[in-house]
Design a protein. Structure first.
Length: 122
């Protein structure tokens, strides 16, 4: 599995391969290295991949209760810290703190061998 990162000016990119994100599962990944690294969560549905920063918009805390382990209820992602619930189709917060806000998506495009994901280092 490749997690090769290519810095492009103020944007970093990484390749996510299909084997890293099993169909329908919500997985946590670390993309990049050093100061350009980001923790993300990803979900694949068919040939589409959604990737968001692993940070609750309410308080900035990680969404997983253990590295790469996420709570889900009724098809929604649940923040382990405060119980906010997010739709996985678009990342919108529909219950709890931060309602009306949403997860921060990363740019994703299909390429040979998977998906190229881009982000601006924090």
């Amino acid at each position: 599995m490749s997690m090769e990162v290519e810095p492009v000016g103020q944007v970093s990119e990484a390749l996510i391969e299909p084997a890293q994100v099993p169909e329908g599962e919500l997985v946590g990944l670390r993309l990049g290295e050093d100061a350009a690294a980001v923790e993300v969560l990803a979900q694949r549905r068919g040939q589409a991949l959604s990737v968001w920063l692993n940070a609750c918009p309410h308080a900035g805390r990680r969404l997983d209760y253990a590295p790469g382990r996420f709570l889900q209820h009724a098809g929604r992602l649940v923040c382990a810290a405060h119980g906010a619930q997010f739709e996985l189709e678009g990342g919108r917060c529909v219950e709890g703190p931060g309602r009306g806000g949403g997860l921060q998506p990363l740019a994703v495009r299909a390429v040979a061998g998977g998906w190229q994901v881009a982000w601006s280092p924090i």
